[in-house]
Design a binder for this molecule. Structure first.
Ligand code: SF4
Length: 296
């Protein structure tokens, strides 16, 4: 499986980089680099529960959106190279702390490590579900590799127009890949399973409302619901925070109450039952954890 790093085509960038010697667009080589492994309370309620989700943040990203909320790690700052054994131990430690699941954040470029690491952790007693927390910029065949590893797919669906995907994420083909990848995720986890209000298996699709992009966001929600009805959960997010001053000036503010309410009303009008909405002040940088090697 680690042969995949020799001429890497794991994700839609298809760099063909030999990651043993250099890096591709994601900025990462063949060593597993992690920036934090800790309990996190700010996911959807069925993921965070009362104890928290056991988040493992990987360094690097294959998408690198200009408005990225985890800018430092997406741009390959900090982090520590760790072994598969250390990764498995970090997962077990999170379970020991009471985590309801292991939540792998920005995992795409480390799929071979993740498959081996989760297998090792399970052989040593890991029983909680594994969550694959992705930007959605995935190849369906890479997602298929995860069928025995991942229980819950927690995926973004960021764009429905190629021009927006190009402008903000330099990924003109995002939409076609995200659609195919989501289809594969739903094939692996076709309907949601809950126990005591915690998700054990299923697909949650996150739709982050960007300022000044209400119409495109409604188009995304319509596509998701018409395609998957209530076999998936849709998480409507208003937490967008302008981390730095953008050249794209229409991203330099949080979303308004009007924009978010309009999105929620639209989802209700479509008849969506399985949705999460955010309440209160969610657009704060304080929701972004410090990437300080905690738990590594
Ligand atoms: S995972 Fe990284 S190296 Fe591999 S194709 Fe994607 S961006 Fe390129």
């Amino acid at each position: 499986m680690f042969d995949l790093y020799q001429s890497c085509t794991l994700c839609p960038r298809e760099c063909n980089a030999d990651r043993r010697k250099s890096v591709g667009y994601c900025g990462e080589g063949a060593a597993l680099n992690v920036t934090r492994a800790a309990l996190h309370m700010w996911e959807e309620p069925c993921i965070s529960g009362v104890n928290g989700s056991g988040t493992v943040f990987f360094r690097g990203c294959n998408l690198k959106c200009i408005y990225c909320q985890n800018y430092a790690i997406a741009h390959n700052e900090g982090g520590k190279d760790i072994s598969i054994d250390k990764f498995a131990a970090a997962c077990l430690n999170l379970q020991h702390q009471g985590a309801h699941n292991i939540n792998l954040v920005t995992p795409t470029h480390y799929i071979p490590h993740i498959i081996e690491g989760v297998k090792k952790a399970r052989s040593k007693g890991l029983t909680i579900p594994v969550v694959y927390n992705t930007s959605g910029y995935e190849k369906a065949e890479a997602v298929a590799l995860l069928k025995d590893t991942v229980d819950i797919f927690l995926t973004d669906f960021k764009y429905i127009k190629a021009e927006t995907a190009l402008k903000y994420s330099n990924a003109e083909n995002y939409v076609e890949f995200a659609k195919d990848a989501l289809r594969e995720m739903v094939r692996i986890a076709p309907s949601p399973v809950f126990e005591d209000a915690l998700m054990k298996k299923g697909v949650i699709v996150r739709v982050l409302l960007l300022p000044n992009h209400l119409i495109e966001t409604k188009m995304i929600v319509k596509y998701l619901y018409e395609t998957y009805k209530d076999n998936i959960y849709i998480s409507l997010m208003n937490q967008y925070t302008p981390i730095k001053k953008h050249k794209a000036e229409n991203l330099n503010r949080t979303v308004t109450d009007y924009e978010y309410k309009s999105l929620i009303d639209y989802a209700a009008h479509l008849g969506i039952k399985n949705a999460f909405i955010q309440e209160g002040e969610t657009a704060k940088e304080s929701f972004i954890p410090p990437f300080d090697l905690t738990g590594i």
